[in-house]
Design a protein around this ligand. Sequence first.
Ligand code: ADP
Length: 483
Amino acid sequence: MKNRSIRFRITLWFALLLLITAVLTFLAVRFASGIVLRGTLRNYLMGMVEENIDKIVFVSAEEKPETSLSNIYIEYENGFLEIDDDFLDKINDVSAALYRPDGTMLYGENPLEKYMSETTFGSTKIWSTEINGENYDIYDRQLSVPVIQSNESAEGTEKNTEVKNLWIRGIVSRSNSVNQLNEISRISFLVIPGLLLLLMMLLYVIIGRLMAPLKKIEVTAEQISEGYDLKRRIEVGDNNDEVSHLARMFNGMLDRLEKAFNTERQFTSDASHELRTPTSVIMTQAEYTLEKERTIPEYIDAMEVINKQSHRMNALLGDMLDYTRMDQKSDRYEMEKLDISRLVTETADQMTLLGEKNIHLTVDVEPWLKVNGNEVLLTRMLHNLISNAYRYGVQDGSVVVRLKRIDENVELSIVDDGIGISKDDQDKIFDRFYQSDASRSIQGTGLGLSMVKKIVELHHGEIHVESEEKKGSTFKVILPMLQ
Ligand code: ADP
């Protein structure tokens, strides 16, 4: 069962539930209709017997007309029982008959007469009996028949005499109604499985249609995993149901995956490219030097070149490692309420110690400004920006590190009067490994600013650069301030 498709399983479960519901409904209906039908028959039986009571009177011989079209006369005691021809003796399965007190039938119908050798009356309730495998309900009713006397014979007064102890017996067979129910059951047994089968087929088709988009997702996922083609996407229509939602999420996930995959590939390619330059310089220098015997100054020159390139490689590998670590950990850095004024002052003070190119560093910080940030990352950002100002500064130049509050933000500016950045380069300096031609000779890796940008983004801030070639540059970082 577990290996079957969801479509098959839903159809099967649904059919099973439907079957159980149908069987239970059928049994309940069958049971209820049996009770209702029997009740109706019994009411009908009693109604017919009760109605017949008024159809019988006793008349004396003198009162009996010679002929009558509407009444039947049966001799009884010293007169006649006058029975209206409306007397209901048989309607469908219900029969009724009139009896003497001793049990002999006077008039009417009783299909069981020959089986009931001794007819005893007594019960006034409906009772049941089984004859030849058939069930019958029987209702006996004792009655007193009024005696009709003419005015003359009663000498002007009407006497209320009665003929007592006659009985009317009503009988109804239950078999017919049971047969009808059995017939309905037989038809149901034929129709219900047919209907179920039809419903199952319909359901199978409907589920198939509903699951078509899921199938598409499955096929696309398969194609992607087989061919490693991250460019493929699932076609999603205008629908807004759960499956389309899932397909959109799947496409979104593929977008991010593709982007991450491309970034990764680009990084590896850029990194190899960057490392190739110092490696080939080292190799060429070593091979050239080893070609023949060299003088000591020549060896020293060669070793200096190799040393410089090794340092460059070392710096590159260090930055690359830092960058990758930061990229991987980007959503797991803990942020806390941080005194950015203190952090800027401390970092800038430490960097004055560099004293490179006799550059003068001025720190102008508004105190007690707070941000939600990570101290390690923000120190890294400050270090990269200030060391760039030194690196691309001029001899005896100046660098200003300023921090102030602007509305709901803090603005950090690092201003230098160094070599500056051309308009074209200003858009590219935040890309990984990018170095402007003017700065290629200066030792750097091209990763510092891309790291700075990433740190600023992690702190929900912005970074801008304003610069003019040979005049200097200003880097501005804006971070949301905490009260
Ligand atoms: P690098 O290690 O080369 O300094 P960065 O990412 O820090 O790498 O900087 C990228 C490029 O941006 C540098 O190579 C340089 O051309 C330019 N740059 C960065 N800061 C400055 C600055 N203060 N003045 C002039 N150019 C700068």
